[in-house]
Design a protein around this ligand. Structure first.
Ligand code: 3SL
Length: 230
């Protein structure tokens, strides 16, 4: 039986061997939730990039460009990192995006056989995808600037719950995430209310973004990194 493991921060990735495995990169608040939303609303593909200048250069190739740093849309870009930016008027467009943590987590996961993008909004679809593949899975939590965060860990716990009949939950990180999710799942927003990033986003008055990103199974698609694009 394959197993599911959890890497709590991209800083810990050098301790994980991703070869032969599927990496599920997650930044629930808000990067991966926004990417799933954008693709569900017709964006043709997404280039996740690390750097602001590199991202801006995509505009010359006809892309929409999006950038967030410290929760705020960066100057000169078409969009920031709210899922609500991507629900209208994006059909058929190509998008390049850079965010504080999420796009780095995706790019740093590329040693894996496949890199998927996960969020609560597509957790069921991710579970079905990896179950069908039958390979070991590592959830790569984006965290915050190298540190642990609760929301990505809760996603890992939700995915572990969905996979428990078919995957070993035999890593301590997975067990911790699973049990945390059991405590939190009936009221994710309440559980996260004192968490660092929810407080950070609340200071920016974007509670609707948080509520949206904590909904499970809004979309049925699974973004997969192919070359440098999703
Ligand atoms: O760090 C990231 O990638 C972002 O998702 C952070 S924020 O929610 O846009 O502040």
């Amino acid at each position: 039986m394959p197993s599911i493991d959890v890497c709590f921060s991209p800083e810990l990735l050098p301790l994980y061997d991703l070869k032969g495995k599927i990496a599920v990169a997650v930044d629930v608040l808000r990067a991966t939730s926004s990417m799933v939303t954008a693709l569900a609303h017709g964006v043709s593909h997404i280039a996740p990039v690390s750097d602001l200048q590199e991202c801006l250069a995509f505009r010359e190739k006809g892309y929409l460009v999006a950038a967030e740093r410290d929760g705020i849309k960066a100057d000169g870009f078409d969009f920031g990192n709210s899922p609500f930016h991507y629900r209208e008027g994006v059909e058929g467009k190509r998008l390049a995006i850079t965010t504080t943590n999420g796009t780095q987590a995706i790019r740093l996961s590329r040693a894996a056989d496949e890199v998927l993008v996960g969020a609560f909004v597509n957790v069921g679809a991710v579970a079905r995808y990896v179950r069908a593949k039958g390979k070991d899975v590592v959830v790569v939590c984006a965290g915050w600037k190298g540190l642990f965060n609760l929301e990505d860990t809760l996603f890992a716990g939700a995915l572990a719950e969905r996979l428990q009949a078919d995957f070993h939950l035999n890593h301590d990180a997975t067990l911790a995430a699973y049990h945390l999710y059991q405590t939190a799942k009936t009221d994710l927003l309440g559980f996260l209310s004192k968490s660092s990033h929810v407080q950070r986003l609340e200071r920016l008055h974007i509670l609707p973004d948080i509520e949206f990103c904590l909904q499970e199974d809004v979309y049925q698609l699974v973004p997969v990194l192919q070359g440098d694009v999703l």
